[in-house]
Ligand binder design. Sequence first.
Ligand code: GRF
Length: 204
Amino acid sequence: MALLRVGVLASGSGTNLQAILDSVHGFEAKVVGVASDKADAVALERARAAGVPASVFPLGAYPDRAARDAAIGDWLDAQGAELVVLAGYMAILTPGFIRRFPDKIINIHPSLLPAFPGLAAVQQAIDYGSKLFGATVHFVDEGVDTGAVILQSAIPLPPDADSAAALSLLRPIEHALLPDAIRLIAAGRLSRDPANPRRILITD
Ligand code: GRF
């Protein structure tokens, strides 16, 4: 069976990218390119180390965000990407990019959505006094962390944990969840409930 061709967007350390490279790349999927808005993203080094094409799209090189996103989209198309995975991509994608890849963009967010969307999600959970926190993989729509939920996983939030400690507890959860979602998509096991398109159904 042909491997699902995956393009990854990442802005930072790229540990989620690494989890994808280590666990699904070459098995159920093939990472065909990693793009970043940041030239110094460690994620780019991880891509190159794995022999995956990597490219930088700094905002300053384009007239506006829409033009930058169009360039990223053109590059992903040239790589033959069938799925776009946001793995710590910190720029908000413009509506034109979202519409270009309908139901083909997924994101990992470090909270149990719809709680704590946006930035500093783990700190938001701590400040709120949550007893549980977790990670969500969701389809990306034009809102901020509002797309349909694919997978979630929850763990206790220790009362004495600061944001860094809590995030380190969450890392292994994220690193399992995102590859799992890619595997489900590669296997064609996701669909939308016709009665409620917000609900993602997982078939056996
Ligand atoms: C992760 O916590 C992810 O949930 C969020 O950004 C972070 C990326 O970390 N969207 P890394 O770059 O994959 O290490």
